[in-house]
Design a protein around this ligand. Structure first.
Ligand SMILES: [Zn+2]
Length: 232
């Protein structure tokens, strides 16, 4: 009861969610069915994975891999290497978006791309049920697990552009429909969206930073650790 009331009363900042309230959720789930979850296999995914290292593929791209550090919503290191990899057609499209952004005086700032399934599972298990719209259910897998999603923002001369909310903000400010952010932030988000959509990405409604490659269904859910991906 007390825990329930606390959960409603506390402001749901990322740290409160995952350091405080989240800890109880994890403890509650240990030993439950979530602990025995196996990686899902999508029988319709027939494409052969062809992951490429985005930094090598297009040196113009910039990176801020928060999951390789502790300043992320989980508050701990999730990736042993600061690396972003994606399926080749995704990388090619992203490169074209970079060209569009450069023409307008901007550049792309990548937060995350391929994410091993085990990391998605960890995120789900440690996120309270009322905040799980922001994390993928490991039973279905994430499009990040297929190397087909990109979390990104814009920079201008190396300085991150202000967006409607911080990355991985678990509040309605992350929604694309959120209208109360500063006008410049909303404009920047929509500008990025326009370029991404023009190159074949589909924006996620409740996270301004997340885009899926339109053909994500063709690629299988993967659990290869990031450090083991031998990307071309
Ligand atoms: Zn994402």
């Amino acid at each position: 009861m007390i825990a329930d009331r606390l959960q409603t009363a506390l402001p749901l900042t990322r740290r409160a969610v995952l350091r405080g309230i989240g800890a109880g959720v994890v403890a509650g789930m240990t030993g439950g069915c979530a602990a025995r979850l196996a990686m899902p296999v999508d029988p319709a995914a027939s494409a052969v994975p062809d992951l490429v290292d985005l930094a090598r593929f297009d040196p113009r791209l910039r990176f801020d891999i928060r999951y390789a550090r502790t300043d992320n919503f989980m508050g701990r290191v999730l990736y042993p290497v600061a690396r972003a990899v994606a399926q080749r057609p995704v990388a090619e499209a992203l490169s074209r978006v970079q060209t569009r952004a450069e023409a307008a005086g901007y550049g792309l700032l990548i937060f995350d791309a391929y994410r091993p399934w085990r990391v998605t599972k960890m995120m789900w298990e440690e996120t309270p049920p009322n905040k799980r719209e922001f994390v993928a259910d490991p039973r279905g897998g994430s499009r990040h697990n297929r190397g087909c999603s990109i979390d990104l923002s814009l920079h201008r001369d190396g300085v991150e552009v202000a967006m409607p909310s911080p990355y991985d903000d678990f509040t309605p400010a992350a929604y694309r429909s959120f209208a109360y952010a500063p006008a410049e932030a909303l404009a920047a988000s929509r500008m990025l969206e326009g370029w991404m959509v023009a190159e074949g990405f589909v924006p996620l409604a409740n996270e301004w930073w997340h885009y899926d490659w339109a053909e994500w269904r063709r690629y299988p859910i993967m659990d290869v650790p990031l450090e083991d991906v031998t990307a071309g």
